[in-house]
Design a binder for this molecule. Structure first.
Ligand code: SF4
Length: 510
């Protein structure tokens, strides 16, 4: 586990080196420009740089949807201390142009390690709840970073069009959550992972969860599907308060089961509030992840000192030779939760055999069936109304009738799908569910990590996650795997409030 701290660009090299077990540690900068929290983080970074056990310090971006010091600023100071920053880059607060500008800044500062995520839905901000931006989704943002890494060509009609921008050697990771309860939630997480990697993700970090069988599952899935990217397992050390908040489902994507919560409650009565037990547990999880074959770990937690981390790393080293023995201690499944593979009773982990997902096929909805038929008839080149509709749309385009036609289309699609008139319709790719009106983050390429028991992160108990519904609709036709294919490009805002039918037949929309 030792690492040569004098090696340049330590994080990338360590994670790509099969002989190194990479360690990253998460820092949450907090609100304000010169706060005690930030001073503590820098003191932590200073020790980490000197001791050389950690290869990168990951810095969150407006974590929990709250404003905080920009990770780029703290990252610069951390880089100067001699340790690699791993900057979180999220879609929630900025449009694509601002993201590009931010990436230029990171490139200029030689901060190339990025963890690309959608981000938590924006919450409390200056005088109210902030506007959720989500102009790009994670897959599209990874693709953008990938193109910047290669050096992309400026759009022909933009100023300086046709010029090639010099490449910036970004090294970008993404997140996956195997800790999902429903089949639809889990499978769409894995399907989206295919898209993230196809878009250019260089490594993966798992979400917060405490179930060894799930950790084994995601690793097995990556290997079985030849996804060929290094993966770091999440070792999160929550305080009792944070654990309680996660248990209530108030931290999107982070799972603390009932069984684990009662353990935390019991341990909190100990003189040290259960801290020692938690650190020991983290060390055992580290040993398990290393034993399973993870390429490293990503440590996070509340109120941790550098000495706590050091304790976990050292203990983890001691626990490692007997890692299998700790597996059953990390069995905190969600009641009735879905696992991708059959249980291996001998190890408490998984076999290589996926469970039979075809035992339960959702009922086909008449409305979905009907929409498929209409789409095939009108928009499929072989459909019997394709040619005539195309002729009508092309004739109407640019005439005084276009406005009326657009309103008619809107009326039909508003009644059928709560259309928002984006003019760049993706209904046929998202099982006839409109991401503009039914996904709080407008995601086009699969779910965020925030759904819980099938409910949307933003509207728990009120709205089901659009991708849970899409999976079920598609599965009823045996087509659920289509959710891992075809990366849907970002919405083209020049088409906003125009007819998507005319755009489609004029070759402008999708
Ligand atoms: S609908 Fe699903 S993907 Fe969209 S914000 Fe809600 S949980 Fe996330």
């Amino acid at each position: 586990m030792n690492y040569n701290p004098t090696q340049k660009n330590r994080f990338k090299e360590s994670i790509l080196n099969k002989n190194v077990f990479a360690i990253t540690c998460e820092l949450v900068p907090g609100r304000g420009s010169r706060s005690k929290v930030q001073d503590n983080l820098l003191a932590f970074a200073e020790k980490a740089a000197v001791r050389g056990q950690i290869q990168a310090l990951s810095i969150t971006e407006n974590a929990g949807g709250h404003p905080a010091l920009s990770p780029g600023i703290l990252g610069k100071e951390i880089l100067r201390l001699g340790i690699d920053p791993l900057l979180h880059l999220t879609c929630k607060d900025r449009n694509r142009n601002q993201l590009e500008s931010c990436l230029f800044a990171h490139g200029r500062e030689e901060m190339y390690n990025l963890l690309v995520m959608g981000g938590d839905y924006p919450r409390y901000g200056f005088k109210g709840i902030a506007k959720p931006v989500f102009d790009l989704d994670t897959v599209q943002l990874i693709k953008m970073v990938e193109e910047m890494t290669k050096g992309f060509e400026v759009e022909k009609d933009a100023p300086g069009g046709g010029a090639r921008l010099p490449s910036i050697p970004f090294f970008k990771g993404c997140v996956v959550s195997p800790f999902k309860k429903l089949e639809a939630e889990l499978m769409t997480q894995y399907f989206k992972l295919h898209k993230k990697i196809a878009a250019g993700a260089d490594f993966v970090i798992t979400q917060v969860g405490f179930d060894a069988r799930k950790c084994d599952e995601v690793l097995r899935y990556i290997r079985q599907n030849n996804l060929n990217v290094p993966i770091l397992g999440n070792v999160y050390i929550p305080s009792k308060t944070v654990a309680a908040v996660m248990h209530q489902g108030l931290v999107p994507g982070c799972v603390v089961s009932d069984k684990l919560m009662s353990m935390y409650k019991e341990e909190s009565r100990l003189p040290d509030g259960g801290k020692k037990n938690q650190l020991n547990r983290a060390a055992k999880l580290l040993a398990i992840l290393r034993g399973l074959g993870f390429d490293g770990i990503h440590i996070g937690g509340s109120q941790l000192t550098y000495e706590d981390i050091e304790f976990v790393l050292e203990k983890g080293e001691k626990f490692y030779p007997d890692w299998q023995q700790w597996v059953r201690e990390f069995s905190f499944p969600l009641e009735g939760g879905f696992y991708y593979y059959e249980l291996d009773h001998k190890t408490g982990l998984n076999t290589d055999v996926p469970v039979n997902r075809h035992q339960s096929i959702p009922r086909r909805s008449t409305g979905y069936h009907f929409n498929r038929l209409v789409h095939k008839t009108v928009f499929d080149e072989k459909g019997w109304l394709y040619r005539s509709t195309m002729t009508i749309c092309r004739k109407i385009s640019g005439t005084s009738l276009e406005r009326l036609f657009t309103q008619l289309e809107y009326l039909i699609k508003f009644i059928g799908f709560e259309c928002r008139m984006c003019g760049d319709c993706t209904l046929s790719e998202t099982a006839f569910l409109c991401p503009q009106s039914q996904c709080a983050k407008y995601l086009l390429n699969g779910p965020c990590g925030g759904s819980r028991d099938g409910w949307c992160e933003v509207y728990p108990g009120v709205k089901r996650c659009i991708y849970v519904q899409a999976y079920e609709r598609l599965k009823s036709f045996g087509e659920e795997k289509s959710l891992k294919e075809n990366i849907i490009p970002p919405r083209n805002w020049s088409l906003n409030r125009k007819s998507s039918w005319i755009n489609y037949f004029m070759g402008k929309g999708r």
